[in-house]
Design a protein around this ligand. Structure first.
Ligand code: COA
Length: 260
């Protein structure tokens, strides 16, 4: 299909997604967001997909934010709608996706770009990456979950400092404060993300989906997340994957999970 802004390809059960607006530092315009919404919704239900690797085209930027040119004339209502639709269809859909999503942060991850990376389940950054939430320089605040997810990941003090000063931090600093899981040279970035995903790919898919659900429940104020864990733990016992995992262990062989 012509003019797609997100490249998408499944290889060895991993869905590779590349935001493909290199000339605009992969800024999130409406087309990117709506393509991502469709792809993530499909991937959640696609048995061929066991994990997702999300990155940006080129070596300069993961995503340098929401597309500033697109929203410059927005009203209050349009601003709210932009954030609400983005939350529901892309950022929360990523965070709640039953397939683990690894962000490979290959350069600038700013504003909506850092919010996108924070919605993912795991973050790996290249040494040249710069991360920040510079929205207050535009008279805005983060609108795609940044105030919440940054606080959850690094704590309130650092989150408020990063958001109110709008300063970018280095990959090394991001690692030190727990904002990213790993930092590697740019040339090793995709391989590192693949290494993580290839481990995930060999594990029981339904158990992984349950684990994501239970961990995410800890961030909700309206549910008892321990109850979610109990529920999901119980659900695992009725899966074929559980029977296969236990049989494989007892028979001293490698498990072959079907995701059923
Ligand atoms: N929205 C729209 N376009 C963007 C963009 C964004 N968030 N970030 C970068 N671009 C565009 C630039 O306008 C430029 O387009 P042009 O070549 O047509 O003029 C192109 O991407 C390259 O960016 P440029 O600013 O020339 O690169 P740089 O190396 O000088 O600076 C940054 C890189 C990331 C520091 C700078 O682009 C920047 O500050 N971007 C905005 C970051 C931001 O505030 N994001 C939060 C948005 S809510």
């Amino acid at each position: 299909m012509a003019d797609l802004q997100v490249r998408s390809e499944i290889k060895d059960q991993i869905l590779y997604l590349t935001i493909n607006r290199e000339q605009k530092l992969n800024a999130l315009n409406r087309a990117v967001l709506s393509e991502l919404a469709v792809i993530i919704a499909d991937a959640a239900n696609n048995n061929e997909v066991r994990g997702i690797l999300l990155t940006g085209a080129g070596e300069k930027a993961f995503v340098a934010g929401a597309d500033i040119a697109e929203f410059q004339n927005y009203s209050l209502e349009e601003g709210k709608e932009l954030a609400k639709t983005g939350h529901e269809q892309v950022f929360n859909a990523i965070a709640n996706c039953p397939k683990p999503i690894v962000a490979a942060i290959n350069g600038f991850a700013l504003g909506g770009g850092l919010e996108l990376a924070m919605a993912c389940h795991i973050r790996v950054a290249s040494e040249n990456a710069k991360l920040g939430l510079p929205e207050v320089t535009l008279g805005l605040i983060p609108g795609y979950g940044g105030t919440q997810r940054l606080t959850q990941l690094v704590g309130r003090g650092i989150a408020i400092e990063m958001i109110t000063t709008a300063e970018m931090i280095t990959a090394e600093k991001a690692l030190a404060i727990g904002l990213v899981n790993h930092v590697v040279p740019q040339s090793e970035l995709i391989a590192k993300a693949e290494e993580i995903l290839s481990k995930i790919r060999s594990r029981a898919p339904l158990a992984i989906a349950s684990a994501i659900k239970a961990v995410n429940a800890s961030l909700q104020t309206d549910v008892n997340a321990y109850e979610t864990e109990i529920e999901e733990f119980g659900n695992c016992f009725q899966t074929q994957d559980f029977k296969e995992g236990v049989s494989a262990f007892l028979e001293k062989r490698k498990a072959n999970f079907s995701g059923k």
